[in-house]
Design a protein around this ligand. Structure first.
Ligand code: URA
Length: 442
């Protein structure tokens, strides 16, 4: 096959066959196609698109380009979860113990990504001693014994996506539905769970800015999953404002513990219960339902809430931390977590209703404070972050503190204050508050 001919074929809007797509993915991964030609191909896809079948073939070729996880040693139906990203997203820390406490195995392999705040791995590593590089045998053994384990990615999952995503990032070809959906789903297919629950976020703190675009992405990803023989549910959730009150690594663990103890912020709890409910449905624990309906989701949410109310999810979190070498005293007494040197108030300069304008600016504040990572290998400060005392729609008086910045120095603290001030406006008009979960797609 000649790559230049395939490139022209796509440029002219024709469909590529499975073999042609497979050739492109494999040859590029092996270094047989130069970046300049692949860039032109990606731009052709960006403008001409790919149909469902092409998108599935692209996803499968990328999923098969490296290792796939072997979860056969784990008993039970394995359900994976993925979020398209957000600010203050600590849902995995809450959902994992809920599911494990119900006997649904949670086998989570996470990458150490770039971003405003750390990923789940970084958040857990803010617990002294917590080991995220446990060997595979211990990972499997922990899941079979206590129902949950989490580790950093040791296997080379979907290397084709890694290489293509890096090229898309610098060639203006990220924002294409087929390319985004296949990129995310290739990693999920390689992770090999029986079912996948996707949290597709929309809004100012998310990758997709509107509900409509998030729904299109959710549909594209559930189509791929179905065509690849997996059960997939996607929830479309609001990320116009950070999720919960805390943004930052150990601050988010502290908030997750609060939720597990039944002291949750309403919207964060609703998103967690909805995702957990959908995962319980996918696991088959609710019964033999063919489709997810509002009623079925409510049943799943009730079951998840029950595990918080009866204390089992909290107990499971302690067990999980202990099994991976973490200091459980920090969980039972979160006051012992390392604290930032400074606690700086963000004060209202006017009176009115707080309105979230740009959630990503709260993430940027945390990045300034040293709680996120700009380059792979950067170290992360576990103790810095933002505490939002109020949320959109709350009334604020002049001089009232509506957020705290936890900083290790004045300069980063001042920058973070400016970011949080810009993230919110104070308006005379009560803002419309969207429901935390907009829809689900199966
Ligand atoms: N996240 C991914 O993993 N891939 C994309 O293309 C976009 C977001």
């Amino acid at each position: 096959m000649r790559f230049s001919e395939l490139l022209i074929k796509k440029r002219d809007g024709a469909r590529l066959t499975r073999d042609e797509i497979s050739y492109i993915v494999n040859a590029y991964t092996k270094g047989e196609i130069p970046d300049y030609q692949m860039s032109a191909f990606l731009m052709a896809v960006y403008f001409k698109g790919m149909d469902k079948e092409e998108t599935v073939n692209l996803t499968k070729a990328m999923a098969e380009s490296g290792d796939t996880l072997d979860l056969s040693g784990i008993k039970g139906v394995k359900i994976d979860k993925h979020s398209t990203g957000g600010i203050g997203d600590k849902t995995t820390l809450i959902i994992g113990p809920i599911l494990a406490s119900l006997g649904i195995p949670v086998a989570k392999m996470s990458g150490r990504g770039l971003g405003f705040t750390g990923g789940t791995i970084d958040k857990l590593e803010s617990i002294d001693g917590f080991d995220t590089s446990i060997p595979e045998e211990r990972f499997i053994d922990n899941i079979n014994r206590i129902g949950i384990a989490l580790s950093g990615q040791t296997k080379n999952l979907a290397p084709a996506d890694k290489k293509i995503y890096a090229l898309r990032d610098v060639t203006g070809t990220v924002e294409n539905l087929s390319l985004i959906a296949s990129s995310i789903m290739s990693k999920k297919l390689a992770a090999n769970a029986d079912g996948i629950c996707l949290d597709v976020t929309y809004g100012s703190g998310a990758f997709m800015k509107t509900k409509e675009d998030a729904k299109k992405l959710a549909e594209a990803m559930t189509d791929i999953g179905r065509m690849a023989g997996k059960r997939v549910v996607a929830l479309i959730t609001d990320m116009n404002e950070p999720l919960g009150h805390m943004v930052g690594n150990n601050l988010e663990v502290i908030e997750a513990v609060k939720v597990l103890k039944g002291e949750a912020e309403e919207r964060l709890l609703d998103v967690c219960l909805s995702l957990a409910g959908a995962m319980i449905y996918l696991s088959g624990r609710l019964g033999d339902y063919e489709r997810l309906t509002d009623e079925v989701l409510e049943k799943g949410k009730d079951m998840a809430l029950g595990q918080i109310k009866n204390g089992e999810a909290y107990k499971k979190f302690i067990e999980f931390v202990n099994a991976q070498g973490g200091d459980t005293e920090l969980i039972t007494n979160p006051d012992k977590f390392k604290k930032a040197k400074l606690k700086l108030p963000v004060v209202a300069k006017e009176q009115g209703y707080l309105v979230s304008r740009d959630a990503s600016l709260v993430g940027e504040a945390v990045l300034y404070l040293g709680g996120g990572r700009e380059n792979i290998g950067d170290s992360i400060k576990p103790e810095v972050g933002v505490e939002l005392l109020m949320k959109s729609g709350d009334k604020v008086a002049i001089g009232e503190t509506y957020a705290f910045i936890y900083a290790d120095d004045e300069i980063s603290g001042d920058n973070a204050i400016k970011c949080v001030e810009a993230a919110y406006e104070i308006s005379a008009k009560l803002p419309t508050i969207e429901s935390s979960v907009y829809a689900f797609v199966e």
